[in-house]
Ligand binder design. Structure first.
Ligand code: PNW
Length: 488
């Protein structure tokens, strides 16, 4: 008998329709297509894996002049003409200060177990140091209590870029050693007050972004371009601030408090996974992160960093290095994008490979899509420095996000991004690389720094006219990942 194309289509079609009860492994029956797909692709995460989401104070809170908050460098910068897209500021942002309960309900619906937020220093110490403002801390008390009531573990970042303006005026911000000392004082105080309920603190978010963009390139607050020697000293004071804060937290917080950082270290990915390129990427990771992560982990600046900076190298003491490398309980890494590296015959043994012009990126031009970064990042941190507890403190992407006629945002590009990155994260956990949790950036669209309210990163769309939040397709996707504890 001869089959026509049409007969064939009919048979295939009816087989697909009939696929509601497929005999599975053993005696079980799998009753849906989705369950079948998931069982066949059981890319499971460890059973205690902590799924979470993240935000930062200036990007979401708003309430810029309420309850005694003083201006931060981001208030000043965003109100300076020409510094942000459309002159956007964080005066209102997503009004999280007043809507935090609604936002926690969104988290609960996603099923996240953890939430990473940041504390606004200028709410807690409006003068940078000196007398604390009880009303400022009170907001975080309420936030933490509401999270715990909903079964969500709070993870607090102490510095996500909103330095009290007064410290910029007095000491040149992080250019002054005094700022590092004031930071330790604030960190110790916040941890003392919150550590009965907050068990994980991150000192500083992304040295590699706020120092470089704020003090060298000048496109983030405070918007200055320091000459090399002063700039390298600023880098040094930032890592010193971290180290002094770790010591202050240990001194003031409850004994079971855990401390780490959240750094956007450059993730060196071998161009091809061969021994020589892996070796090159490993050495490159130490060298290109010398000024932040490497000195924090190793307690010294690499010879290459000191040689390269030469007469402009930072001035420091042994005591500084000891503080900077204070032992940490965990390492947090923010991972968005890869830096490809290859082996070469040079003295340093590696070469950074620039992205070709056609390399795909998300709507933010810097956000190149390289899912393997989520494998190589934690792997390097574990293999190079022996980190035993690693968190992905940020990962996510910007999309153009236009609501469809039904009001929903079908952000298939974000789903594609997350599916691929999470698959590489699962590759890491399946090899027993100790990644304990993942914080998706971000819970909602928010103030994306110099990009203002363009380049949305949220799982929930925010209509800034009404402050209405709507889950995007990616929120449904993430909810499914959490519910199945797997990525397919
Ligand atoms: C991080 N870059 O910032 C921050 O921690 C978040 O506050 C931010 O919203 C998120 O990533 C998305 O941008 C970065 O230019 C900002 O390479 C800029 C860069 C990297 C990270």
């Amino acid at each position: 008998m001869k089959f026509s194309r049409r007969d064939f289509a009919k048979i295939v079609g009816s087989a697909a329709l009939g696929a509601t009860a497929i005999p599975a492994f053993g005696a079980e029956q799998i009753n849906t297509e989705a369950a079948l797909v998931q069982q066949n692709n059981a890319r499971k995460f460890p059973s205690d894996f902590m799924w979470g989401s993240a935000t930062a104070s200036y990007q979401v809170e708003g309430a810029f002049n309420e309850d005694g908050r003083s201006p931060s460098i981001w208030d000043t910068f965003s109100k300076t003409p020409g510094k942000t897209v459309n002159g956007a500021t964080g005066d209102v942002a997503t009004d999280h200060y007043h809507r935090f309960k609604e936002d926690i309900a969104l988290m609960k619906n996603l099923g996240v177990k953890t939430y990473r937020f940041s504390i606004s220093w200028s709410r807690v110490f409006p003068n940078g140091s000196g007398a604390p403002n009880p009303k400022g801390l009170d907001f975080y008390n309420k936030l933490v209590d509401e999270l715990l009531k909903n079964g969500i573990q709070p993870f607090a970042t102490l510095y996500h870029w909103d330095l009290p303006q007064i410290l910029q005026d007095k000491y040149g911000g992080w250019e002054g050693r005094e700022t590092a000392e004031a930071f330790a004082n604030y960190a110790g105080y916040a941890a003392e007050k919150l550590s009965d309920r907050v068990k994980h603190f991150f000192t500083i978010n992304e040295f590699g972004a706020f120092v470089e963009l704020g003090y060298r390139i000048g496109i983030h607050a405070p918007g200055i371009k320091l000459p090399p020697a002063r700039f390298n000293q600023t880098r040094h004071h930032a890592v010193l601030g971290h180290g002094l804060a770790v010591q202050a937290i240990r001194a003031k917080a409850k004994k079971d408090t855990r401390v780490g950082l959240a750094e956007n270290m450059t993730i060196c990915v071998p161009v091809i996974e061969t021994d020589e390129h892996i070796k090159a990427a490993t050495e490159a990771t130490r060298q290109v992160n010398a000024q932040y992560m490497t000195v924090i982990q190793e307690g010294k600046y690499t010879d290459l960093y000191l040689e390269t900076t030469g007469k402009d190298a930072p001035k420091f003491t042994d005591a500084d290095l000891k503080a900077i490398s204070s032992p940490l309980d965990f390492v947090g890494i923010n991972i968005y994008t890869p830096q490809y590296v290859r082996a070469d015959g040079s003295k340093q043994g590696f070469a950074v490979v620039p992205h070709p012009a056609s390399f795909p990126h998300m709507i933010s031009p810097w956000l190149f899509v390289g899912p393997e970064a989520l494998y190589w990042g934690p792997r390097h941190v574990n293999k190079i420095w022996g980190a035993k507890e690693i968190y992905i403190t940020e990962n996510g992407c910007s999309s153009s996000d236009v609501p469809a006629a039904d009001g929903k945002v079908y952000d298939t590009d974000r789903v594609m991004y997350l599916r691929n990155y999470l698959t590489q994260l699962q590759r890491a956990t399946s090899e027993n690389i100790p990644v304990k949790g993942y914080f998706l950036w971000s819970l909602t669209d928010n103030f994306e720094w110099a990009d203002g309210y363009t380049n949305r990163f949220g799982l929930h769309y925010v209509d800034y006219q009404t402050q209405k939040r709507t889950p995007k397709l990616s929120a449904d996707f993430y909810k499914q990942v959490i519910a199945t504890n797997a990525v397919a």
